[in-house]
Design a protein around this ligand. Structure first.
Ligand SMILES: [Zn+2]
Length: 286
């Protein structure tokens, strides 16, 4: 990617400022996308997103920057300058529930500091490696200075969620029905599973499910959140499916296209002033 302008998506305005004309009558619809791990295929993905004026949050583990297939510091600056959000994903990508509190804290702090030094701006968003966390980890993430954290709980359609347990709607991956069932059972979301079981049984692929969930959010309001890994899309040769869903959800009048940090600011405006209070968090059973 040689030309940052190809990625420039919003001409100095925030996505919230440029995206909507007052919202859909009587409801608010948000769209956000998350991409984990910082693989160089994120650059191809960024072009697909930018050409559709879609924002994104790229969660990056800083340990291997510029080595192997990971993006370099210059790539991250390029994405950030183009208006995409760069979020933190630890240094070495450990499962945080399986390391000591001191190791977890170092992973959280070092990643944040590295990215902030590199980008020259605050990095408020974090994603748990493999989506694994518990109440102690939530506390450490908060103490490290983050304002939100995203897990991998799927099939969420709500924009009202605890900021350190941000869920997603759909993953750009061909999960079998049992994959969704496992994801929800682990997180105690039996009611959600029951709600969507018929639909999951009928759905042919993740794109069809993603479209149907998007239609539901359009109808009732809420947030539609796509999670993916560009390296996985490359490995599965899933780029055309990805483009199909990006075409479907982009350029919809009244929809607010936001980054994850922007979504959290809209939903939790007091986050900036809250200090020292860790709200009650559910403990993942994953
Ligand atoms: Zn990851």
């Amino acid at each position: 990617m040689k030309d940052t302008d190809r990625l420039r998506t919003r001409g100095g305005m925030s996505f919230q400022e440029q995206c909507c004309d007052g919202g859909l009558p009587g409801k608010t619809v948000f769209v956000t996308t998350s991409w984990d791990d910082g693989d160089r295929c994120d650059l191809r993905l960024a072009e697909l997103l930018a050409s559709r004026r879609l924002p994104a949050t790229f969660y990056v583990a800083t340990g291997g920057l510029g080595t192997g297939s990971t993006m370099s510091a210059a790539h991250l600056r390029e994405l950030s300058n183009a208006g995409f959000e760069i979020g933190a994903h630890t240094v070495t990508h450990p499962v945080l529930t399986e390391v000591s509190a001191s190791v977890a804290t170092r992973e959280l702090l070092d990643c944040k500091r590295t990215l902030e030094n590199l980008l020259g701006r605050e990095v408020p968003s974090f994603a748990y490696p493999k989506g694994r966390y518990n109440s102690a980890i939530v506390g450490l993430v908060r103490e490290a200075g983050y304002r939100s954290a995203r897990g991998v709980r799927m099939l969420s359609l709500s924009h009202d969620f605890p900021p350190f347990e941000m869920p997603v709607t759909i993953q750009a991956f061909p999960h079998a029905w049992t994959g969704y069932a496992r994801n929800l059972f682990r997180r105690g979301e039996v009611a959600t599973l029951a709600r969507f079981s018929l639909q999951l049984g009928r759905t042919k692929n993740w794109v069809a499910l993603g479209k149907s969930m998007f239609d539901r959010v359009l109808q009732h309001g809420g947030a539609w959140h796509l999670l993916g890994h560009s390296w996985q899309t490359e490995k599965l040769d899933g780029w055309s499916e990805l483009e199909e869903i990006l075409d479907y959800i982009s350029a919809r009048p009244g929809v607010r296209y936001v980054t994850n940090a922007e979504l959290c600011q809209v939903e939790h405006p007091r986050m900036r002033t809250e200090t020292g209070v860790v709200p009650q968090q559910k403990v993942s059973t994953h």
